[in-house]
Design a protein around this ligand. Structure first.
Ligand code: PMP
Length: 404
């Protein structure tokens, strides 16, 4: 019997909803008491606008913000803490790269390559950048198992390619990509490698400095932290060449009547009052994750995913999409013959099972897979074998009721 890796009671929401089987952590994770307490404690004891006041409380807020950045950078294997830029999350991080590095470096006749499995956040910014610049936007296709067709990708990365953008882990299929190899292909033609780590950082150990990618984006709310905070990691050499993303307070060194100069990293990319609450909460989240251990979390999820894939695959009319369990993270996407995912997820909800139904912000992938939508169950450290068996039993009952 596989028990949850951590007590459900660590998560106040799960304690408040004792019969809930929360299988939607790929959309957002629940938050441990430690994160909620860190945020409350910050507001009760430290809150002030950082970087601005000469008084002690403002210095304490600045220190809390910086201390949080240090902890999160260490968790991500980033030695140069100033190269971790706080953003609202993966979406903003990727838009930042497209708006700054992209607009500066991508010209008519250049090429940007993405993959068929990208979340819209790592697809639309590049598509729109190419439309505006008159550049070519090319999509690497997938194998029938939902993995990147590597020879196909390699063939698309031509000498005029400036950016190769790809996910570390697919939110729709759970596929874990070989990002080091993709980064090498990008670098061989002088392109930058942009990696969407939204579904990786919460589930597998990530050491940015050894990944070989140039930009790495992630979201706090999928890794036990609060919504509204996430980050972008890059190298100082690249960040120093980029223009700022937004203009305003904190990101300037000197504002003249005619010209302005920019602050040092990371402030150059963090205009306006920062999300200190978010940074403090995310720092508490990475501490919690580190205490449990990412390798244990991944092994736990693989065991649950393996069981779910096997049991769902044995149900009549059920097809699980994506690669075998050993090459995926905690996501199981499936379709049931003759049953719409939205109807299925509503019946599962009546059994207190929360799953996601839809295109998972991956319409290009759904089109190529020949399905308009899937039902997606995603697992995390607070899930257990009992969640898997409840899901499979409920899917079986619901599909008997709904199939026609
Ligand atoms: N990329 C992937 C792979 C995701 O799963 C998500 C969230 N669903 C995003 C990007 C966007 O993240 P956010 O909404 O937190 O910016």
């Amino acid at each position: 019997m596989i028990d949850s890796l951590v007590p459900r009671s660590d998560f106040p929401l799960l304690a408040t909803h004792p019969i809930l089987r929360y299988l939607d952590s790929a959309a957002t994770s629940q938050k441990p008491r430690a994160v909620i307490d860190a945020i409350s404690n910050y507001y009760e004891t430290v809150n002030a606008n950082p970087h601005r006041g000469a008084y002690a409380l403002s210095a304490a807020a600045t220190e809390a913000y910086q201390h949080s950045r240090d902890g999160i950078a260490t968790f991500l294997g980033v030695a140069d803490t100033d190269t971790l830029i706080f953003t609202r999350g993966t979406t903003e991080s990727l838009n930042l790269v497209a708006a700054t590095w992209g607009r500066t470096n991508v010209r008519a006749g250049d090429r940007v390559v993405v993959t068929r499995m990208e979340h819209h956040a790592n697809f639309v910014p590049w598509q729109q950048l190419c439309l505006a610049a008159g550049a070519e936007f090319r999509i690497a296709e997938l194998t029938p198992l939902g993995e990147i067709d590597m020879p196909g990708l390699a063939a698309l990365i031509t000498p005029n390619t400036k950016i190769v953008a790809f996910g570390h882990v697919s939110n729709a299929l759970g596929t874990i990509n070989d990002i080091a190899t993709i980064a090498q292909l990008a670098h061989a033609v002088g392109a930058v490698a942009v990696c969407d780590g939204a579904q990786a950082v919460p589930h597998i150990a990530v050491t940015f400095d050894s990944l070989g990618v140039d930009f790495y984006a992630f979201s706090g709310h999928k890794m036990l932290g609060p919504m509204g905070i996430g980050g972008l990691v890059s190298s100082r050499a690249i960040l120093d060449t980029m223009p700022p993303y937004q203009m305003g307070g904190d990101m300037i060194a000197m504002v003249g009547d005619a010209q302005t100069s920019w602050n040092v990293l990371p402030h150059k990319f963090e205009a306006g009052t920062p999300n200190v609450e978010g940074a403090v909460g995310l720092a508490a989240a990475v501490e919690y994750l580190s205490d449990v251990g990412l390798s244990r979390i991944h092994a736990h999820e693989m065991a649950l995913v393996d069981m779910a894939m096997r049991m769902l695959g044995e149900l009549p009319g059920v097809r699980v999409l994506g690669p075998p369990s050993e090459r995926r993270s905690g996501v199981v996407s499936f379709v049931v013959d003759g049953v719409h995912p939205h109807d299925l997820s509503q019946l599962l909800d009546a059994d207190s099972i929360a799953v996601r139904a839809g295109h998972h912000c991956a319409q290009p992938l759904m089109r190529a897979s020949g399905v308009p939508a899937t039902t997606r169950a995603s697992f995390y450290l607070y899930n257990s074998e009992a969640d898997v068996t409840a899901l499979v039993t409920a899917v079986e009952r619901a599909s008997r009721k709904l199939a026609h």
